[in-house]
Structures are given as C-alpha cells and as structure tokens.
Design a binder for this molecule. Structure first.
Ligand code: ADP
Length: 185
C-alpha cells in the first residue's frame, strides 16, 4: 500500500503512524524524523534545514523533494510506504505525482487526521520538543493552515482523500484508520 498521512502538528499522527507501521508494515517515511536526524548529525542539509525548523517554517521544497525522491528508490519502499509529513505544499504534491507517474506506482489513499485548532494548541503546549515553544507552535499551525491544508482539496479532487476524526482515544482512532486501510491490504 502507498499511503499519504496528513494532519496538523499535534493531531496524533506520530502515534497512529506507529500503529499503522506495526499492523500493515509499510516503510515509514517521516520527513520530520529524517530532517531531525540530519540536523543532529550536522550534515550540510541538516544544518540548512534547522534554520527553518527551529522557527516553525517549512524547509524549501527542492531540499525535501530531493530527499524523498532518493528515499523512494530504496528496496523497502517497493512493497509500500507511509508518507508522514510529506507532501506539505502543492509544489511537493505535484513533484510526487510526477515521480509516481514515472514509476507507474499511483497512491492508494490519502488519510487526513482532523483535529480542531483549539485542541491542537492545548495538546502541543504539553509536549517538550525544541520546536514546541508557543510562538513556534503558532508558526507551525499557520504553516499547516496556509501551505498544507490546500492539499486536502488537491487530493479530494483526485478522489483519494479520506478524513478521520482525530478526537477520541488512541485505540478508538485506530479503529477508524483500520476501517479504511483494511481495504487496501
Ligand atoms: P509536525 O509535528 O509539525 O508535524 P514534523 O516532525 O513533521 O512536525 O516536521 C518538523 C519540521 O520539519 C517542520 O516544522 C518543518 O520545518 C520541517 N519539515 C518536515 N517535513 C517537511 C516538508 N515536507 N516540507 C518542508 N518542511 C518540512
């Protein structure tokens, strides 16, 4: 299965992604994890990306598109993958469509985990990550609403979008996820 997982910061995407990986075993392609690893290893891309990440802004499209196009060539991705945190802009989505069309491997589904903004802010304020300072959280929510939420319309038009209510317990939400993903297994 080839899945995109979309949701605002704090929606619980990471928790649900882990459960999806454990059950369906796709490769997990988290751009946030990749960028943090690159930053911690102090690679040139990592140091460049950190300038944007620490302020809650998106790293430039060409950087992230380069990382993903390389990652998608790896053997573990040939079975299937969960894209987590990518695409985040229309330009990234278009670049991905192009790559997948060239490979002849279309997406199965785009899962959106939906949670209202007030709830997100409450949840994020309780976490301890370096980019979870209130003003950075605000920036990340602004970036999501401005740059990433247009993707919902983009994928809805392609008939790929499935929206899941992100309020409830972890297990309740995962049941909703399974109802959708079982169809593609
Ligand atoms: P979040 O909790 O905000 O969803 P992520 O772990 O997915 O966080 O990403 C953390 C940061 O990494 C983002 O705020 C952004 O700076 C950068 N980033 C991750 N994925 C992308 C992407 N696809 N395009 C641009 N920047 C990205």
């Amino acid at each position: 299965m080839r899945i995109i997982f979309i949701g605002p910061p704090g929606a619980g995407k990471g928790t649900q992604a882990e459960k999806i990986i454990a059950k369906y075993k796709p490769a997990h392609l988290s751009t946030g994890d990749m960028l943090r690893a690159a930053r911690d290893a102090k690679t040139p891309i990592g140091l460049e990306a950190d300038k944007y990440m620490s302020g809650g802004q998106l790293v430039p499209d060409d950087v992230i598109i380069g990382i993903i196009s390389e990652r998608l060539q790896a053997p573990d991705c040939q079975v299937g993958y969960l894209l987590d945190g990518f695409p985040r802009t229309i330009a990234q989505a278009e670049a991905l469509d192009k790559m997948l069309a060239e490979k002849g491997t279309p997406l199965d589904v785009v899962l959106e985990l939906r949670v209202p903004d007030e709830e997100l802010f409450k949840r994020l304020a309780g976490r301890g990550r370096a980019d979870d300072k209130p003003e950075v959280i605000r920036e990340r929510l602004v970036a999501y609403n401005k740059q990433t939420s247009p993707l919902l319309d983009y994928y809805n038009k392609q008939g790929l979008l499935k929206t899941i209510d992100g309020l409830g317990s972890v297990d309740e939400i995962f049941v909703r996820v399974e109802k959708i993903l079982d169809q593609y297994n």
